[in-house]
Design a protein around this ligand. Structure first.
Ligand code: UT7
Length: 328
């Protein structure tokens, strides 16, 4: 059977930095509160003329270069985003055009913060079924466009950025062994963007009520995130026949340091630095967060041949998932 592998990665972070100190001038908060409750110190903000498509294109170019592939070799582009440039056409089509990936089909998918893992799972299926040879997985978020900078419980968390991976049927890299996904629509309203869709199109009222921004019941979401990421990790490992002790690295969605600490407890055999973190400098970049972390982890040369790596995510929907990668 064919084996899908990540053979190249890239990421893009906008230059502008929003610090905790900056936020403390915008809402009633403090560096001390944000660091102790979230672990975050800074996040990046896209310029007005930077979009999910432009950031995703930059990340994709770097991933293609890393993989040693041209855009013409790509036959499918999957873009995970909850901040697309437009409702339609898809951000994937805009990126396809920018890259000149003329032979690629292009599709957006939306699984909130779990989007990167959902896209990896689709890429794996496309490759291993023989439908595609080279799939470009992209996650790109301009969360600052839907963040309410008057809401101190959410605006401290989110940042902008993009990540990409070339998933291929040939070449060496990170073999995608198992991707385990889940969802529960019953909790949809705990984390959502209420207006702008067909249920509540933009109106004077929706604008006045600030309904085009993320609304989150932080505390509730927190509890679900811990539980679901731990369960997803366990179920993914069980499905793979791999024990927790065999893992060399865990790269989780960068939601909150306290969520990451709770996950770390499950993998108590791992030294603390083997749970890879970027949240201190980038905050929560939703779908992009695991992809950015995976790219930085690779570029730092931290992984070694033969090691097993677990990715785990949770997001709005609710959606969640975990993926087991083998460094080959
Ligand atoms: O990406 C996946 C989805 N998202 C997540 O996984 C996020 C999950 N949730 C969280 O990370 C945390 O719930 C937050 C960081 C959002 C909030 O932390 P918390 O410890 O759950 O705080 P809380 O919501 O229980 O609020 C505690 C207090 C409240 O004040 P009172 O009612 O006790 O007087 C809040 O108003 O903290 C207050 N508060 C703040 N204070 C200073 C909330 N945000 C802030 C703030 N600065 N930025």
């Amino acid at each position: 059977m064919k084996q899908a592998r990540i053979v190249g990665t890239g990421s893009y972070l906008p230059q502008r930095v929003l610090t905790n100190h900056d936020l403390s001038k915008m809402v009633e908060t403090s560096d001390e509160w944000i660091v102790s409750r979230t672990g975050m110190k800074e996040r990046r903000l896209a310029r007005e003329d930077e979009y999910a498509s432009s950031m995703g294109t930059e990340a994709a170019r770097l991933a293609l270069k890393d993989a040693g592939k041209s855009s013409e070799e790509i036959d499918f582009i999957l873009v995970a985003t909850l901040t697309p440039d437009y409702i339609f056409p898809s951000t994937a089509c805009l990126i396809q055009q920018e890259l000149g990936a003329k032979k690629a089909a292009a599709l957006d998918l939306q699984a909130a913060c779990s989007g990167y893992l959902y896209a990896l799972s689709m890429a794996k299926a496309l490759i291993e079924s023989g439908i595609s040879r080279n799939v470009l997985v992209i996650a790109a978020e301009k969360l600052s466009s839907i963040t309410d900078y008057q809401d101190r419980s959410t605006c401290i968390l989110f940042g902008d950025g993009a990540a990409a991976a070339v998933v291929s049927a040939e070449g060496s890299g990170l073999a995608i062994k198992t991707v385990h996904l889940g969802a529960d629509g019953e909790q949809a309203e705990l984390l959502m963007l209420p207006a702008g869709g067909c249920r509540k199109p933009a109106s004077q009222e929706s604008l006045e009520q600030r309904m085009h921004y993320i609304k989150m019941s932080g505390n509730e979401v927190f509890k679900h995130a811990v539980r679901r990421m731990q369960e997803a990790a366990k179920e993914c490992l069980e499905a793979s026949g791999v024990s927790e002790e065999e893992l060399a690295w865990v790269i989780p969605h960068q939601a909150n340091i306290r969520i990451l600490d709770a996950i770390a407890k499950r993998f108590s055999h791992l030294p603390a630095n083997r749970l890879y973190k970027t949240l201190e400098k980038y905050g929560n970049t939703s779908a992009s967060s695991i992809g950015i972390a995976l790219d930085e982890w690779r570029k730092e040369g931290l992984g070694k041949t033969g090691e097993k790596v677990l990715l785990t995510a949770f997001g709005g929907g609710f959606t969640w998932g975990a993926a087991l990668l083998h460094y080959e």
